[in-house]
Design a protein around this ligand. Sequence first.
Ligand code: SF4
Length: 267
Amino acid sequence: MTLAPAKVPICRENEVCAVGKTAIGPQSSPPVRVPTPEQLETIERQNAILEKASAEEILAWAVESYFPRFTMATGLGPEGCAIISMLAKIEPRVYIFNLDTGYQFSETLELRDRIAEKYGIVVDLQKPELSVDSYEAAHGGPIYQTDPDKCCFDRKVRVLQRVSRDFDAWATGIRRDQSPTRADTPIVRWDKKFGLVKISPLAAWTKNDVWKRIMDEKVPYNPLHDRGYPSIGCRPCTRAVTQGEDERAGRWTGTAKTECGLHTASD
Ligand code: SF4
């Protein structure tokens, strides 16, 4: 399948776009770019074409269209590791980073070393402004139990907002069958929250597809998956699941929260 790259420039922050609006975000957040109607039309058209493409074809298209302003954020879950194994063959210089909240499992950070060893790809750690100690001191202790939305916003969303300013497009490992909130994930869409083209090459994949790739290609993965953790986030907000439970049931147990704020459908 041959896919034409999207040759559509993205409006930079503080520029006046063709629609006549200066790209400025909410007051408390960094400026966010806004697309022109033509850009949105191109994205929709590409999305329709890419719906039938393989994950490798989608990534090759993303690289051709946006590299070096193409990035990927990963929590080093099985999907992210599968994508890294593809990018290692397509374009290993793509900037890949992890939102290092300071609360991650040691197994997750060790996986980063194994990825570097196997593919020569160093997943960069992007950290929040405040260390865990300073953050907890400023809030009178950890707030992941009392206000996990704020904790995720400060330690994940803000960090991605900061990183996104240097890129035009980002890849994620989300799949439609992971949860009802992800069921309508398009392959390509405009991400309003971060002012980037958002590309989900595994949107149409199943969990079995991901694990087949990992086993076939001997892709390094987090050993916690073999101990009952299908979805792994920060240590205080992740538990093992029991048989029959939803694969994301172990995230933020006991709260109504289901997403960290990076992948909200309305954005
Ligand atoms: Fe904080 Fe938990 Fe969100 Fe991690 S997952 S940033 S610890 S609320």
